[in-house]
Design a protein around this ligand. Structure first.
Ligand code: HEM
Length: 196
């Protein structure tokens, strides 16, 4: 898993709890405090163990924890200068300034996750298929990691970043035995004020 996910899990735990909680989590998976590098890849087992330890320590369900982490992660990923995290170079931002939430979702697979993998070839971002209308997006998520709750949180966090609200349903879910997960994202659009 890409180092940015570890760096941000640490930031999320320290923000939501405190620095000691992160140190305790590392200790419970047999790691000593050390900084993760944002441009490296680490074993999947390591992030999954940290998430498992966080579930134990907080008493949250895995879905609640992942959604909370996703809400933290979404705005970080959506920031226009995120390319700094991904490659260490400061050219060609990957999130276009004129995109809104659904444009970003629509371009995540072909532009963003593809670029992420080019920069750190050992990582393997979730495979997403996104179709959209002006106010809806359907995200088909397929990953052996089965982190759909993280995907849901990322979308909620990005919605906050774009100052809009969304309703998300998940008609299909691998954790309920489906072949893949499907997230239906609906932009909450306010009815125009009546003209007098
Ligand atoms: C600017 C936008 C985005 C960036 C820069 C980004 C970047 C990344 C990176 C670096 C990883 C780690 C990959 C790995 O180590 O294999 C990742 C994984 C992931 N991304 Fe994205 N992402 C973006 C948008 C999204 C969106 C919109 C969603 C959800 C709809 C999403 C869902 C996920 C999930 C669920 C994972 C965890 C890996 C897995 O489930 O297999 N990402 N992303």
């Amino acid at each position: 898993m890409h180092g940015i996910i570890f760096v941000e899990l640490k930031a999320f735990v320290e923000k939501s709890y405190d620095k000691q909680t992160w140190i305790d989590l590392l200790a419970s998976v047999g790691k000593r405090p050390a900084n993760y590098g944002a441009f490296r890849n680490y074993p999947d087992e390591e992030i999954l163990a940290l998430i498992g330890a966080a579930v134990q320590k907080t008493g949250l369900t895995q879905a609640q924890l992942l959604e909370g982490f996703g809400k933290h992660l979404g705005p970080v990923l959506a920031k226009s200068r995120i390319h700094l995290y991904l490659s260490g170079i400061h050219s060609c931002p990957i999130v276009h300034d004129d995109w809104k939430l659904l444009d970003l979702l629509e371009n995540t697979q072909e532009l963003i996750h593809t670029l992420v993998q080019q920069v750190v070839p050992e990582c393997s971002p979730a495979k997403l298929q996104v179709s959209r209308t002006p106010h809806d997006a359907t995200i088909v998520y397929d990953s052996p990691r089965k982190l759909c709750a993280l995907a849901r949180g990322i979308v909620l966090g990005m919605a906050e970043h774009y100052k809009c609200t969304v309703s998300i349903t998940e008609p299909k879910c691998m954790l309920r035995g489906d072949h893949h997960c499907e997230l239906s994202v609906r932009l909450n659009v306010r009815a125009p004020a009546p003209t007098s």
